[in-house]
Design a protein around this ligand. Structure first.
Ligand SMILES: [Zn+2]
Length: 108
């Protein structure tokens, strides 16, 4: 398995583990809303090239901008947006770890 495929797999596995560990009673809604946060990567469509393995997403793509991260954290405090906030934060942490491993920085 390539590192890129592992990264994609983690975007599904980590939310699933969080849901099964913390939100088992509401797992269907929780996993749906956390996985729907993968749509945040649609901002890659604005970049040229769309995918560059040597580019750090965090701080580069509009929905991965650093000023949005506190907003994503705030979403976690409200029941109606909690799963979206957690999903977005998991996504940003995984992308930042990807940056650190592939490019050597946590964000740009
Ligand atoms: Zn991303």
């Amino acid at each position: 398995m390539s590192f890129a495929n592992l990264h994609l797999l983690l975007h599904i596995l980590v939310p699933a583990i969080v849901v099964l560990s913390c939100f088992r009673q509401d797992w269907q809604r929780a996993i749906f809303l956390m996985l729907i946060t993968l749509l945040v990567d649609l901002d890659h469509l604005l970049a040229d090239p769309i995918y560059d393995s040597n580019r750090c997403s965090i701080g580069f793509h509009p929905l991965h901008a650093l000023p949005l991260l506190p907003l994503y954290a705030v979403l976690c405090f409200f029941p109606r947006t909690r799963y979206l906030g957690i999903g977005l934060l998991i996504h940003m942490v995984l992308d930042s770890m990807d940056c650190r491993i592939t490019v050597g920085v946590w964000f740009v």
